[in-house]
Design a protein around this ligand. Structure first.
Ligand code: UDP
Ligand code: MN
Length: 582
């Protein structure tokens, strides 16, 4: 072997080694465990960032993907204006509202490509984004949705997305029965020349599993989920893709505008320059809070994305492979509810992050009620499916201390069968995920300001008056409202009370208080967990410490009232009885 050959073969070996190292680095980067570690290591993150182009803010110039200003159009609902029907359409309209939860007669009269108002903060027009962003599959899952709302969602995506970043719109039918969603839909989407694809579930799966299926079947690098009754806003897509381009363990969430379910007016839910982010209370109801100073300060411009502990659920973008690597949604979750928390806690605790993106707006029709049932999926389930889901989520992701807050706020959840969570716990271990305490300190640090640690319950259950033999009842009204008594019916939302050590008498997320008008259901004072009540274990009277009177049923008219305490009187005597889900 002469010297030159020797050098060559050394060079080859060196090249092979380099290639191997590059491969290892590349695959390490595709590996969720490595990523979980990476994202704790800013040094590595910064290195991988160097090859990426950055977004630029130019106050004197329009952003590179800003669409030309649309000429105003006239017609029903144009410009996002409300559309009003003729009086003789009223019957048909109210029928469609009970069928779909929204006024389909109004929607059907509005163009599928109507114009809408630009609800973004003005700065948003001046951001330019890299031209090599990943391509997205927009995944829309649907079950028995109306025609024009579904197709307006599709059309708005086609109209307002730069085509080079839109791989496809993937429609996933969750076993709908309605005729207009069968052949007619297949025929209609042909006009999109393959850009819109339709797949169908063989049985009803619920929205959670259907979204996971959508991600499995999608072809884009990023999956972007939308509900089937949305209209995307101006230049909505690049701002959502950009943070994922920088860091594939990022979930991005657009700000959601409202589309009125009766007149289809498109309007911002958030006004002005104040930004909000998703949080939760201890019964796991989704809440929003102003972005705390600690987070707001980390940015130069108010239009920049900011970190959020969680999100409302329906609309978000995520790297497809990353979503599947972290197990997509927990397949043990049922139909609807809690999946937003499951994914959020998993992302944050296992090394990723969630950003809300003020420059990306998507309108969503908030319906008045849920127009579909859970069907067979709910069969043989004791208690509320949603609470079962919450229990699964908190049992996997919360630490013991925080689990107690959930059970204090939702005492019947202790009895619910959440199924097996072994696999979820194993995954949490495998991905080396951090504790919930870490999440509360580093990410969701504003939750405890609004929803402080909950004192334990002294008692919970139905609250039965000994003389009247009836139970305290919210009467199904919204707060503030007068409460009453009615036949004790055990499980249900209106008669399930809890009294905590700090004197708060609560039902669901609401509180019981009283004033000169009587005993009332009220919104609990935000940031407080105490209350005016004191229960005497011997006499079984419930004293309102401020009014210095006892909760009682009036012997004459059998109405709920407050009277000067009489510990020997059965009309002043109340007993808690714990009840289990049927
Ligand atoms: N959905 C579904 N299967 C279900 C329930 C809902 O595919 O079992 C779809 C529904 O058509 C919608 C999305 O999931 O596109 C979210 O549901 P919905 O809009 O009712 O939820 P909300 O906006 O009220 O949270
Ligand atoms: Mn929806």
């Amino acid at each position: 072997m002469n010297i030159i050959q020797l050098r060559r073969s050394r060079l080859l070996r060196l090249l092979t080694v380099l290639l191997l190292v590059a491969c290892v680095l590349f695959f390490a980067n595709r590996n969720p465990v490595a990523n979980a570690v990476n994202s704790q290591n800013d040094h590595i993150k910064t290195n991988s960032l160097q090859a990426k182009k950055l977004s630029v803010f130019t106050p004197d110039k329009m952003g590179n993907f800003e669409p030309p200003v649309e000429a105003p159009r006239s017609g029903p609902g144009e410009g996002g204006k409300p559309h009003v029907l003729l009086p003789d359409q009223r019957n048909e309209a109210s029928q469609s509202i009970s069928e779909f939860g929204m006024n389909m007669v109004v929607s059907d009269e509005i163009s599928l490509s109507r114009t809408i108002s630009d609800t973004r903060t003005p700065e948003c027009k001046h951001w330019s984004y890299p031209d090599d962003l990943p391509k997205a599959s927009v995944v829309i899952v649907f079950h028995n949705e109306g025609w024009s709302t579904l197709l307006r969602t599709v059309q708005s995506v086609i109209d307002r997305s730069p085509p080079q970043f839109l791989e496809e719109v993937l429609l996933v039918d969750d076993f709908s029965e309605k005729a207009h969603l069968k052949r007619k839909l297949e025929d209609f989407i042909e006009k999109y020349n393959g850009k819109v694809r339709l797949i169908r579930n063989k049985e009803r799966e619920g929205l959670i599993r259907t979204r996971t299926r959508g991600a499995e079947e999608a072809r884009g690098e990023v999956v972007l989920f939308l509900d089937a009754h949305c209209e995307v806003g101006l230049n909505w897509l690049p701002p959502l893709l950009y943070p994922i381009y920088l860091d594939r363990t990022t979930m991005t969430v657009p700000l959601i505008d409202g589309i009125d379910h009766e007149n289809f007016e498109y309007r911002p839910v958030y006004q002005g320059e104040t930004n909000f982010r998703g949080i939760f209370e201890w019964g796991m109801l989704y809440k929003e809070n102003e972005v705390p100073e600690r987070e707001a300060q980390t940015r130069t411009y108010n239009s920049e994305p900011y970190k959020a502990p969680t999100h409302a659920g329906g609309l978000f973008a995520i790297d497809r492979a990353y979503f599947l690597e972290i197990g997509a949604y927990d397949p043990g979750l049922l139909v609807w509810g809690g999946e937003n928390f499951e994914l959020s806690f998993k992302i944050w605790q296992c090394g990723g992050k969630i950003l809300w993106v003020p420059c990306s707006r998507v309108g969503h029709v908030y319906r008045g009620f849920m127009p579909y049932t859970f069907g067979k999926l709910a069969a043989n389930k004791k208690g509320s499916l949603i609470t079962i889901n919450y229990k699964r989520v908190i049992e996997v992701w919360f630490d013991d201390k925080y689990k107690e807050f959930f059970y204090t706020r939702e005492p019947t959840a202790r009895f619910l069968d959440m199924g097996n969570i072994t696999q979820q716990l194993e995954m949490k271990k495998r991905l080396n995920c951090k504790s919930f305490a870490w999440f509360m300190e580093e990410v969701a640090y504003d939750v405890l300001d609004k929803y402080p640690e909950l004192p334990a319950n002294l008692h919970w259950g139905e609250l039965r008056n000994t003389a009247a033999r009836q139970c305290l009842d919210t009467m199904g009204h919204q707060p503030p409202s007068l409460m009453g008594i009615s036949h004790c019916h055990g499980f249900g939302n209106n008669q399930l009370f809890r009294l905590n050590k700090a004197g708060q008498l609560g039902v669901g997320e609401r509180c019981v208080n009283a004033d000169s008008q009587g005993v009332k259901l009220v919104v609990c004072r935000l940031g407080s967990v105490d209350g005016p009540w004191e229960y005497d274990e011997t006499s079984k009277t419930l004293l309102h410490k401020v009014l210095k009177r006892c909760l009682a049923v009036h012997p004459q008219n059998n109405h709920l009232t407050l009277l000067p305490c009489d510990t020997a009187n059965n009309y002043h005597r109340w007993e808690f009885r714990e009840i289990q889900p049927k």
